[in-house]
Write a protein that binds this ligand. Sequence first.
Ligand SMILES: N[C@@H](CCC(=O)N[C@@H](CS)C(=O)NCC(=O)O)C(=O)O
Length: 203
Amino acid sequence: MTTLKVYGVPQSRAARTLWMVEECGVPYEHVATSFAKDAKSDAYKAINPNQRIPAIDDDGVIVWESMAINLYLAKKYGGELAPKNPIEDAHATQWSFWVMTEIEKPLLNALFARTGMMGMTKDEALATKYFDEIRKPLDVLNGHLSKSDNLLGKRFTVADLNVACVLNWASAGRFSLAEWPKVEAWLGKCAARPAAQKARAIR
Ligand SMILES: N[C@@H](CCC(=O)N[C@@H](CS)C(=O)NCC(=O)O)C(=O)O
């Protein structure tokens, strides 16, 4: 019996959760909660009082915040995707916080400014200004990936998934990452994973 529910339409940050559950190979029910309407209902408020997506209900355990959800799913169902010791755990947390604080907001703003999504006026100068804010963090990531195949070492883990799912917005906005060749190559490998492709197909 499926006890894991994933809330959120795939055209949202819920795509991260869907990628993770596909990696875990765990049975789940996808509740395609829209952020504009369904997430504002009283019923959903009981799942996520912030009224945002994604959220999960794992047999009564409710978790919201996309990075926290993925770290939880990795540890519970992820096998090799999970941190194996406190050091890996610290580094998985580090990279997850890093991508949310250093990359997510400017990259999303750059995407909106370039594409006019979410009602924004297309403004290429603004898109460039926002993208410029992530150049330094991209240098940091490129430097790390020059010494390591993946973020925690040889194998692909939740740290890679959490960082890659945010950086995927660069291709959605047609921002070239060619200046950061290690990042570009690593991101390509992440996106080619069967679970990532399966999650994308849900759209
Ligand atoms: N920090 C949260 C952000 C969640 C979030 O903002 N989700 C958007 C959809 S991608 C949402 O629900 N927006 C509705 C709103 O802000 O009212 C996370 O990573 O889970």
